[in-house]
Structure formats: C-alpha cells, structure tokens
Design a protein around this ligand. Structure first.
Ligand SMILES: Cc1ncc(COP(=O)(O)O)c(C=O)c1O
Length: 414
C-alpha cells in the first residue's frame, strides 16, 4: 500500500482546480497535474508506473470524506443511528483498515466468508450485521458460530435458523415493499418484487414463524434498490411509511435497517438521491416511529474513491468504428457488460483536453459484450496510452472474476 505520509514532494503535481467548464467528474478526489489525472494530488501515471495495469487505485481521503458527510446528516435525525458498511462493495484490506480506523462503523456482510473478512479486518462480531439471501444450513450454522446478527427473508430460513440458534436469539426480517426504485428498470438492478424479502402480506406469518422457532424479532430490514435517484423520493416515502407501520405492528422491533442504495454520479445526467433528501425522508416518515435507524451504504462510501487504470494496446479502424483495445475486460469491471451501467473513460495523460474522436473501447475477454463504451468521446488515443475508468471504487474489484484467466487487477490505496 502507498502510505500518504510517505509521499515525496516529487510525486505531487501542482493541481488544477475545477473550472466552470470542467467535465462532470472533475473535482475531489480527481484533479489534474503535470502528468495528467491525479487522485488526491497523486499522479495516477506514477502509481500505475509503479504497480502496472490494470490497476484499481483508491483514495483514503475520499472514503473518509464520505463517512463524514453521512455522519453529518445522520446527526440531524432524532434517533439513534448505526452505519454498517456493505463489505460486498469493496473488501480491499487497505480500505477496510480506513473504515475501521474511522471508529463506530459496523459491517454489513452477506456470507460466512464476508464475516470472516470483516473479523480479520478487526470488526467485532457484535458490529457485524448479516443480510443473506437463500442461506443454506451450512451458512446458518456458520452465522450461529460467528455470533453475528442475522436478517432473514423467508419462512424457510427463519425455521432453519431457529432450529440452530440459541432460544431467544435476536433476528431481523427483511421486507420487500413491492416498489421498484433505483438506477434502472432492469430486473438486474431493482430489488422490489424480486427474490429478496418478505412481502407485507407474509409479514404476520413470518413474525409467527420466528416466534415459534424461538427467535425474537428486533429488526426490520429493507434494501430499496441500487443507485437511488432524486426522482425516487415519492416511492421511498411510501417504503419508509410502510416500514414505520410494520415496526409499529411488532412491539419488539427496536431497529429499522434501511439498507444501502445511495449512489454517486456515473454520467453527467445523473441526479442521485442526495444525503439531505434521504435524511429528510427518514426524518419525516421513520424517526417518529423508530428508536434506531441503521443503514448499509456500500456505493456511497467507496465508489467515487476509486479509479481503474488500464493501458491501451490496440487502436484500429474497422468499418466505421475506431476500436481501442485495453488490458482489462468485464472480468475486472462488470458494470457495462453485465448491467449496462456507464463508466466514464478519461485519457489519463490529457484528462481535460478537448474531444478529438469517438472510440469503441473494448476489453480483452473473449465475449462480444466485453465493450466498455461504444462511442467514448476522447482526445486522440495512441497505443501505449493509459485510460482511467471512473468511478470504480464499488463493485469493481469485489465482483472481478477469473474468466479467461485474466484477472484480478491489483488494488492500491493512496
Ligand atoms: C442487503 C444489502 N444491503 C446493502 C447493500 C449495499 O448497497 P449499495 O452499494 O447500493 O449501498 C446491498 C447491495 O446489494 C444489499 O444487497
């Protein structure tokens, strides 16, 4: 890992501040120095020169800033609050160290191995909340042995967990409010009406099942969606109102966990649900009814802190398209190939230069969908150039695969 305290003066570029005509992504932690794109003032060309490509680079300062911003809005709520970082977003040990050092943060885990990673990073069992889907008996045995809090979303899992956990074990019920919100209408992205969560009409039966199994329901959980947008406000209002009603119906409930879903911009047109708007929804619809609000942000805390650096190996015109080949594919970052979610591509040496051409940027995996962008507008690109893809701090490295035996990309924290 690169320690920020170890920075030499020569590594630091004089920064260009954001101008009014700057591209949408420009601004902390991204800047521009003598060698091009910088992360926290650190030349990404220099970091890539040291570690090679493809390479994920994360900013400590950006993660800390996001934690601070979240804490500021939570402090405005008249309720006890808990933050469980969603480890599935990024489990790089260096980033977990940063989050651990913040103090007072817990972890949202979804599998026994995620719990192990959280424990190895120094989080206590009591700081870890598990929300697993379709858990096996093996998983449930592990959660009991690990002594972590578990939220469950099926009658089957409640019955099987109750048969294993000590009588009186606290449990959470994950609810599906039947509302589809978030970044896209694609079934790959929405959480309502899907495989997760107890539908409200199964709620009473689930509570009775938990009771009969010797479990005590202390938590209600809902994860509304990924990449929540400003226009999702009315639906979020409905979901939070519904959660308050359900909490009221079950007297033992102390915590409503509203999951993750807060996002960051991925393209100029994006209007993510702001922290202030989110807190306002919580304040108006949930905190009057609930003592403790928990949340599980992943993307919000780490996405904008990360960038993927790749090297161009091919520039070639075929038909009417100029193809740019890079040394990473959807095995390293799945956003475009799997979800169709854009990732911004920036010329690393000349991030603010005017657009000179349109390029199709393709990865090195033998799949036709392994294309990062069909028409990226960029300054002139040559073989050997470096490109930056951003934001790339969430669900990049953590979703990487060994497909074609080309992964994974190393990760560095600056
Ligand atoms: C249950 C649960 N909580 C939290 C998260 C984190 O979501 P995000 O990264 O959108 O904040 C997820 C993401 O899939 C999730 O499934």
């Amino acid at each position: 890992m690169d320690a920020p305290s170890g920075r030499r003066a020569a590594d630091l570029d004089p920064e260009v501040g954001p101008a009014s005509s700057s591209p949408w992504w420009f601004g902390a932690p991204f800047g521009c120095g003598r060698e091009g794109l910088t992360l926290d003032g650190r030349s990404l060309a220099a970091v890539a020169g040291r570690h090679g490509t493809p390479l994920y680079v994360y900013s400590r300062a950006a993660v800390r800033a996001q934690v601070a911003a979240l804490r500021r809005v939570l402090a405005t709520l008249e309720a006890e609050t808990r933050v469980h970082y969603a480890l599935k977003a990024n489990r790089c040990p260096g980033l977990l160290e940063v989050l651990r050092a913040e103090g007072g943060l817990g972890i949202d885990a979804c599998s026994p191995r995620e719990v192990e990673v959280a424990r190895a990073a120094g989080f206590a069992a009591g700081e870890i909340s598990v929300t697993a889907c379709m858990p096996s008996n093996r998983d449930l045995d592990a959660f009991v042995a690990q002594g972590v809090h578990v939220n469950l979303d099926s009658l089957s899992a409640l019955r099987r967990y109750g048969a294993r956990a000590p009588k009186g074990t606290a449990v959470g019920l994950r609810v599906d409010c039947g509302i589809e919100v978030g970044y896209g209408c694609d079934p790959k992205l929405v959480y309502g009406n899907g495989k997760f969560g107890l539908q409200p009409d199964a709620f009473d039966e689930a509570a009775a099942t938990a009771r009969a199994a010797g479990l005590v329901v202390t938590t209600l959980h809902v994860h509304c969606g990924w990449g929540l947008r400003m226009e999702d406000g009315p639906q979020m209002e409905w979901i939070f109102t519904r959660m308050a009603e359900l909490a009221h119906r079950l007297p033992g409930v102390e915590v409503v966990n509203v999951g993750g879903g807060l996002g960051v911009r991925r393209q100029a047109a994006d209007r993510p649900l702001s922290l202030a708007a989110w807190a306002d929804l919580l304040r108006r619809h949930l905190t009057p009814a609930v003592r403790t609000i928990a949340c599980e942000p992943g993307t919000l805390l780490v996405d904008r802190a990360g960038v993927l650096v790749v090297e161009v190996n091919t520039v070639e015109r075929r038909g009417g398209t100029t193809w740019v080949g890079v040394d990473a594919g959807h095995n390293v970052n799945v956003y475009m190939a799997h979800y169709g979610i854009p990732i911004e591509i920036v010329h690393l040496a000349r991030p603010l230069d005017p657009v000179e051409a349109s390029y199709a940027v393709a990865g090195n995996i033998n799949e036709s969908n392994d294309v990062f962008a069909r028409a990226a507008l960029l300054p002139r690109i040559q073989e050997g150039d470096l490109l930056a893809m951003l934001p790339a701090g969430a669900y990049g490295a953590s979703m990487a695969s060994e497909h074609c035996l080309r992964g994974p990309a190393p990760e560095v924290v600056v």
